[in-house]
Design a protein around this ligand. Structure first.
Ligand code: CP
Ligand code: NVA
Length: 314
């Protein structure tokens, strides 16, 4: 059974096919192959969500399937039923499951114990659906006809703020996998973790990211400036400290001015204007945040269609 738990779960050829398919879905939202016809897909959430929940719910529907939104606090998971039993039970009803959880081990357990494809809708470790969408959004600009992933090679990504976060991990992994250069800027205590270094080694990818405490160094000549919230879901206990130490890493117009002239500003959203990014940058012509949000729908439809194809009986 093929799953999408981390960015490298698709080969580069499969990733290329996903971006091309997402492009055709975007051109005509309602002219989709019925990839999920007569299928029911669950969307299981341990955490809040706007974009992931709605884009998957609409996406399953547009592919001819039936989406069920499940919040863990309304299931027996909340009362202690094991994940192994839950995964086996859900596999008897559903043809696929998107899971947003705290620990990454939860999505791995669903994948190991059930027998339906699992898609990671964000964990504390990573956010692969967001990253595939972000790469799609970049390719729309760098290679609008071909959506050629080799056009990502050598692009400089500057990531600001919490460099130990799920989004930072996803960017580090994708930079290594798709051949981009990544410089992360943030406070020392929120530098990239040993876990992401171990994952890179396990995936036999180069451990080549740069970490700096100097935001200007990261921004210089960047193709993309990327930031995310300073307080991720589950990190609320040290919110005050995070807001204080990450202040120097706000993406401002001055920082953007150090990047390439045509640099993109990107954010997975939700944003906190005046914290990780200034209002002026969020609203600037270089900001593509709402294209990113829209592209979640097209890209995830392509991810589901690709998984269904890969899991067809041979
Ligand atoms: N970017 C993202 O995953 O948004 P949601 O938390 O609203 O799903
Ligand atoms: N890092 C953020 C991403 C939200 C989409 C969080 O985990 O809350």
């Amino acid at each position: 059974m093929h799953h999408f738990l981390k960015e490298t779960d698709f080969t580069l050829d499969q990733a290329q096919a996903i971006f091309k398919l997402a492009q055709t879905f975007k051109k005509d939202r309602h002219n989709c192959p019925d990839a999920l016809l007569e299928q029911s897909w669950g969307l299981l959430f341990y955490k809040s969500s706007t974009r992931t929940r709605i884009s998957f719910e609409v996406g399953v529907n547009e592919l001819g399937g039936f989406p069920l939104v499940l919040n863990t606090d309304q299931t027996q998971i909340n009362r202690g039923e094991s994940l192994a039993d839950t995964a086996k039970v859900l596999s008897r009803y559903l043809q696929g499951l998107v899971v947003r959880s705290y620990g990454h081990d939860i999505v791995e357990t669903f994948a190991a114990e059930g027998d339906i494809p699992i898609i990671n809708g964000l964990t504390d470790f990573n956010h692969p659906c967001q990253l595939y969408t972000d790469l799609f959004s970049m390719l729309e600009r760098y290679s609008p006809d071909e959506m050629d992933i080799t056009q990502l090679k050598g692009k400089k990504i500057a990531f600001f703020g919490d460099c130990a976060s799920n989004m930072a991990n996803s960017w580090i992994l994708c930079a290594a996998y798709f051949g981009m250069q990544i410089v992360l800027a943030g406070p020392q205590e929120f530098s990239p973790t040993k876990v992401i270094q171990k994952v890179l080694k396990n995936e036999q990818l180069p451990v080549e990211f740069t970490f700096t405490e100097n935001a200007n160094t990261a921004a210089k000549d960047a193709d993309v400036l990327y930031t995310d919230v300073w307080v991720s879901m589950g990190d609320e206990q040290d919110a005050q400290e995070r807001r204080s130490v990450m202040k120097p890493y706000q993406v401002t117009e001055e920082l953007v001015a150090l990047a390439k002239k045509d640099a993109l500003f990107m954010h997975c959203l939700p944003a906190h204007p005046g914290e990780e990014v200034s209002e002026a940058v969020l609203d600037s012509p270089q900001s593509i945040i709402f294209d990113q949000a829209e592209n979640r729908l097209h890209t995830q439809k392509a991810i589901m269609a690709q998984l269904v194809k890969m899991n067809l009986p041979t």
